[in-house]
Design a protein. Sequence first.
Length: 319
Amino acid sequence: MYFKFKKVQNIQIQIQKLLNINIEDLSKSIHERMKIQSSIRKEQLIGLLVSVLLVCIGLNTSSYMALFGGLLLFPFLLSFYALGYGLFIKDLEIIHQSIKTILIVLLISIFVSILYFYITPIYISDVNILKVANVSFSEILVAFLGGIAGFVSILKNRFQVMMIAVSIATGIIIPLAIVGFGLIHSDFHLVHQALYIFLVILFFIIFGAYFLSFIVGIQQNKLSKKFQILVYSLTLIIFISGVYFSSTLLKKAIATHNIESYLNEAIGSNTCIIQSKEIQFDEKKVEVYYSGFKPNAIQDEALKKKYKIKNYTFNYIEI
């Protein structure tokens, strides 16, 4: 046990040298920073309102300027990192404030998007909905790398530019805007999918802060046994939920990629054009909407086996 502990300490020292940080000075400065960022300030609420409105406008009108502007202005990313940090050092005040902040961000974002999509006469494009509903492995990888990179920049006190980069790369506020749209149009499948994606992104941000706090050896608080059990239980719930959400989303992303590969190979013809598809993962059914001539190989069992989708049934609908 002692050998393993010593090995971990050696790794932490090497990481500290690599990042060129003094752990004692860092522990004090980052604690103050995370304590401030875990709570809500009035100017941040104004920034959140503007951010959500710009994202809604960007989704609604397919304006990338508005979309990126909204992500750039999102002011609460550091509060998400504060939760992971608070869980690691076992600081009940930071944990409480961070959870409270995240819930307020969640509710305000959804409420603002509901109001926007209720008032606006313009409807969100199907293209933007599909981008959220059919997340790929690359988006999951970006969330993971963003979570790690963001906290490295916090450790180095160079987080201003990196927070903007992580916010834009992960698109953290976009799923919440989609939730408002889904609720207005009673599309609860879309609501479920968008919340799922938000929780996955949130998990990787929390994980990034927790993991790097451990790997650089940030000092932990000593709590009574009662509060230690509370913190460990909350950490376990968050991490089990995050792993479950991420693995489920990853399985869907892999299945979507395999289905697209199958269709491209099975229907390699200029006479048949796939306009869209609808994948029902639970029932393992794929509705393929096409124009032109109906494809001959509508159920190619050899190809289905090759792409590991042999349990899926394909239904071709001409439009």
